[in-house]
Ligand binder design. Structure first.
Ligand SMILES: Nc1ncnc2c1ncn2[C@@H]1O[C@H](COP(=O)(O)OP(=O)(O)OP(=O)(O)O)[C@@H](O)[C@H]1O
Ligand SMILES: [Mg+2]
Length: 336
């Protein structure tokens, strides 16, 4: 059992979830503790001197509620630490991400279409803004953008993502492949039409303006394809990217974690660790001891299906975990 006076090694256990990684994802079923554990890990990392950006990708944000302050789509500094660390946080705003995404996509489509169809294009874009896939693609583009900020000199040592419940994240993780395929398809179509254009040159010549336009479209499409390919590469890189699955030791979260682990494996994404949160203490009365016993059965089931990633057990807290103070206390709940 861990107590307050060995909190430092317990905080080390949380930091271990991210060890060496530039990007950490906390994922799992609804309500299991993704936001809490992601935030507590970010706090522990900042405490050890890292510059940390904590990002919520969940449209139903509660990172701001947890820290009891309003967060924006751009970083706000929540804490600086004696060791030189810093904790910044932001909540991706799907509406702003979608607007930015459609602006760029719109400019590309407009450039591809003859002038008289531009009004149709605008109508299509207005409809596309409400299509479910558009939000996901936009959030993904924002995730890609944020992970690229790591290469900036004044950027972050690590970006911690607090994600939406797993079904959503699984789709999000499959998107870079889909988007790359889609962009490649568009590029191939452009190439075919360019070859056709070249054939026509002999018959009347291709204008310089068209050449420039083609080059512009190609560069926009290539840039996006490369960005998604880089994100895909990062997700599959087990050293640079740590994927942490959070769950409760209950029937449904265990079943969903087994399934999600399999989906990630199929996409070449490895799971760094499993966090089993809200564990009942076995030494605090008969009621909780019985719950603990039931939990052990579900944990055994989980380990049979997913034996490899290390497990971090976190106890059920007696009080509400809120604000920086609450998150500082989370490591005390880590079990050995
Ligand atoms: N170890 C714990 N002990 C007690 N309460 C906890 C613990 N971990 C998280 N909670 C509480 O459980 C609730 C859900 O936690 P949290 O918001 O972190 O889950 P989530 O997985 O992010 O949920 P969502 O899927 O809705 O985003 C919160 O009220 C939180 O304070
Ligand atoms: Mg959450």
């Amino acid at each position: 059992m861990t107590t307050a006076n060995n909190a430092a090694p317990a905080a080390e256990a949380l930091r271990g979830l991210a060890a060496g990684a530039r990007v950490v994802f906390f994922s799992g079923k609804g309500g299991v503790g993704k936001t809490t554990t992601a935030a507590a890990t970010a706090v522990a990392l900042a405490d050890a001197g890292e510059r940390v950006l904590l990002v919520s990708t969940d449209p139903a944000h509660n990172l701001g509620h947890l820290f009891e302050r309003r967060l924006k789509d751009t970083p706000s500094t929540l804490a600086t630490t004696a060791a030189g660390g810093r904790l910044d946080a932001l909540e991706i705003d799907p509406a702003a991400a979608t607007a930015g995404h459609l602006k760029e996509v719109g400019a590309t489509i407009r450039a591809m279409m003859p002038e008289h169809l531009h009004r149709e294009v605008d109508k299509y874009l207005r409809l596309a803004a409400d299509a479910p896939g558009t939000h996901e693609a936009s959030v993904l583009e924002r995730i890609a953008e944020l992970t690229e900020e790591l290469t900036d000199t004044d950027g972050y040592d690590v970006v911690v993502f607090d994600t939406a419940p797993s079904g959503h994240t699984a789709r999000l993780m499959a998107l870079p492949d889909l988007m790359t395929a889609w962009t490649d398809g568009l590029l191939r179509r452009r190439e075919a039409s360019e070859r056709f254009g070249e054939a026509v040159v002999g018959l009347g010549g291709k204008r310089q303006a068209e050449d420039n336009r083609d080059a512009r479209i190609r560069s926009v499409l290539t840039r996006r394809r490369d960005r998604f390919a880089r994100l895909r590469g990062l997700l599959a890189d087990r050293d640079r990217c740590a994927f942490v699955l959070v769950l409760a030791a209950e029937r449904l979260p265990v079943a969903e974690t087994i399934e999600f682990h399999e989906q990630l494996r199929a996409q070449g994404i490895g799971v760094r660790a499993l966090v089993i949160n809200k564990r009942s203490p076995g030494d605090a009365g008969e009621f909780l001891a019985r719950r603990r016993k039931a939990e052990e059965r579900y944990v055994a089931e989980l380990r049979q299906a997913v034996p490899d990633p290390p497990v971090l057990n976190i106890r059920l807290a007696p009080d509400e975990l809120r604000g920086l103070d609450g998150l500082w206390s989370l490591p005390d709940l880590v079990e050995n």
